[in-house]
Design a protein around this ligand. Structure first.
Ligand code: TGC
Ligand code: FAD
Length: 403
């Protein structure tokens, strides 16, 4: 008789981290006590204040607006800004991860407020603009939005049609439109990217109520239903000189904002993947098919293992992105790799989880289909999966496949 190998005699021996099958590489060991504590407090906040609202909000296609102030009170706006949260980059990523365990729309709200509105005001704004907008954005009294995409300029924002021109008597006139703008219908302030008469891209602070500025909420989305998405129109909106971001110049400026948000997404989507994975794992352990537990079939295990493997790898990738960012060594290429890899990973995890749940996978008593539908958007916005592939392709081959 062949002698039994010790590793197989006690299979638990390999699984010291048995309590968390979505962190097989024990990435938590790489986090500081502060990072772990932040995550713990957000976990409780999400479970108590957010998770119970999701089914109804999703059915009604409505963002629970009363949450905005609570998110502000939790310190979730301006997380990394010196005069506000003053936390490190990875803390921001971990916060996005906890929020996205609930729903990508909640994380989106915070991504926009942090990375696409507060960060650019801090980075490109005047002192007056910072004191006018940042305190209100930090508490949630103001909601912000970021308008780069147009109906005919998505992956190629440099082809935007929105224009600002100088007017006699001072100030500028803004004309054009923006499409698919998160929080655009609810925002008190928005950063709108437009070309000036020299064909240079500039950042304009638009405020609710400005004459000629209208917004309409896009209805009937199958994805990110809890997020409010809008089309914005500017019909010769008069913009005072003090609403132009003085330090934003060229396409590079909005792309730098995207680096911030893409990092948050690369971390955030791991949360969605963990939710669908744990849901599928619990389900497979309970569900009986052909007289046996679903989890005991090899094909089911293969799906669960791939999810666990990819989530565990994605966590290490996210931590490395965060640490490089803190050391100011993170390149846009690395951000693209993280956004592309982790969004694809989460989307594939959600598809596998949906499959494992069979028919139950399509109803909203389980969070799986909601996450799956959300992740289709997350894989598209902030640069589609293929755009990131081409960004990396250009870097490693030296050939641009864009034009
Ligand atoms: P390209 O020639 O590549 O670059 C022009 C200049 O910009 C620099 N650059 C960057 N700088 C910082 N960060 C980046 N990520 C950068 N990418 C490029 C570059 O070095 C160059 O600088 P310089 O000094 O040499 O002039 O520009 P391109 O026009 O060829 O564009 C390339 C491309 C396709 C990669 C870019 O346009 C792109 O990333 N497209 C994707 C568009 C996108 O992601 N849109 C997102 C809209 S916002 C959104 O989706 C919010 S979702 C909100 C929510 O979370 O709910
Ligand atoms: P397109 O650019 O038309 O792409 C269509 C397809 O063509 C994609 O598969 C793409 O990968 C592919 N493709 C494009 N170029 C190439 C190429 N060179 N080679 C090969 N394939 C290519 N934008 C904002 O500015 N602010 C926001 O707040 C915001 N929020 C959003 C919220 C939601 C819910 C959604 C869905 C979108 C949001 N967006 C926002 C817009 C988002 O960034 C764009 O949808 C995204 O950049 C893609 O642009 P597009 O939809 O025009 O697709």
């Amino acid at each position: 008789m062949v002698e039994e190998l010790p590793a197989f005699r006690n299979y638990n021996f390999m699984m010291k981290n048995k309590e968390n099958p979505s962190d097989l590489m024990m990435s938590d060991a790489l986090l500081t006590q502060d990072e772990l504590s932040l995550r713990e407090s957000l976990k409780k906040f999400v479970a108590k204040k957010i998770t119970p609202l999701l089914q109804e909000a999703h059915r009604k296609e409505e963002f629970p607006k009363h949450l905005v102030k609570e998110l502000g009170e939790m310190g979730l706006f301006g997380i990394t800004l010196k005069d506000y949260g003053n936390m490190n980059s990875l803390s921001y990523g971990l916060a996005m991860q906890e929020l996205e365990k609930a729903d990508s729309a909640i994380r989106s709200f915070c991504s926009v407020q942090n990375s696409l509105v507060m960060w650019p005001i801090e980075e490109f704004g005047s002192e007056e603009q910072k004191s006018r907008f940042l305190p209100k954005l930090a508490t949630g009294e103001f909601i912000g939005c970021f308008g780069l995409t147009e109906s005919d300029a998505g992956s190629d924002p440099v082809n935007m049609k929105t224009r600002v021109k100088k007017v006699a008597g001072g100030g500028y006139e803004l004309s054009g439109s923006k499409m698919w703008i998160t929080n655009g219908h609810d925002a008190q302030v928005g950063i709108i990217w437009a070309k000036n008469e020299e064909q240079e891209i500039v950042g304009v602070l638009i405020e609710k109520g400005m004459k000629g500025f209208t917004s309409s909420k896009i209805q009937g989305k199958f994805s990110l239903r809890i997020s409010s998405t809008a089309e914005l129109s500017f019909d010769k909106v008069l913009i005072p000189e003090e609403n132009i971001l003085p330090k934003a110049k060229g396409i590079k400026s909005p792309l730098r904002c995207l680096n911030e948000a893409r990092f948050g997404i690369a971390c955030g989507v791991i949360g969605a993947a963990e939710t669908v994975f744990h849901c599928a794992l619990d389900y497979a352990k309970e569900r009986e098919i052909f007289g046996k537990k679903l989890a005991s079939f090899q094909l089911a295990q293969a799906k669960l293992v791939e999810m666990s493997q990819e989530i565990s790898k994605a966590k290490l990738l996210a931590i490395q992105l965060g640490r490089l960012k803190e050391q100011k060594k993170l390149s846009p290429i690395q951000v693209s790799l993280g956004k592309m890899n982790n969004c694809k990973m989460a989307l594939e995890a959600a598809r596998k989880a949906r499959d494992l749940l069979g028919a139950y996978g399509i109803v909203d008593d389980f969070p799986v289909m909601r996450h799956l539908m959300n992740l289709e958007t997350v894989n598209t916005y902030e640069g589609t999966e293929d755009i990131h592939r081409l960004i990396i392709g250009r870097e490693i081959t030296g050939h641009s496949a864009f034009y």
